[in-house]
Design a protein around this ligand. Structure first.
Ligand code: SF4
Length: 75
């Protein structure tokens, strides 16, 4: 599949959602240890690198990223 361009932390949507490239670097109170894009239901990429997120159409997010809309993947 073609690589999607990476979303920037300074993108308006990214800022609104508190998106960070490294989940461990967020200071957001909603962050729970262990959460990142790989275990979010909106992420459809692999365990490393970057992949698509439904909330950032046309862009890629970091597998180890995070935002306030993180929702655990359903088993
Ligand atoms: Fe990552 Fe989920 Fe936020 Fe998308 S919605 S950026 S996959 S934490």
């Amino acid at each position: 599949a073609a690589e999607l361009p990476p979303v920037s932390e300074s993108d308006p949507t990214a800022k609104a959602l508190g998106y960070v490239e490294d989940a461990k670097k967020t200071t957001n109170a909603k962050y729970k240890a262990g959460d990142d894009c790989t275990n979010c239901q909106f992420y459809s990429g692999g365990p490393t690198g970057r992949g698509p997120c439904q909330l950032f159409p046309g862009k890629s997010v970091n597998a180890k990223g995070w935002c306030v809309s993180h929702t655990p993947k359903k088993a």
